[in-house]
Design a binder for this molecule. Sequence first.
Ligand code: ZN
Length: 64
Amino acid sequence: MSESTQIICCKCQKPLEMKRVDFDYLNQFFHTDALRCPECGMVYIPEDLVEGKMAEVETSLEDK
Ligand SMILES: [Zn+2]
């Protein structure tokens, strides 16, 4: 298999780049590596990753 798994931005037709993306969720800040379009800044994040991070944040809030 020589097929690339690169994801192309459907707007700009540019390959997405792996970049650090910052999130602000429930006043908690966290960051993760995600694919981002260098042109329009659209971020592609696998849903399970986001849900995992957000669950983490919610758990840490409940502990307080
Ligand atoms: Zn784009």
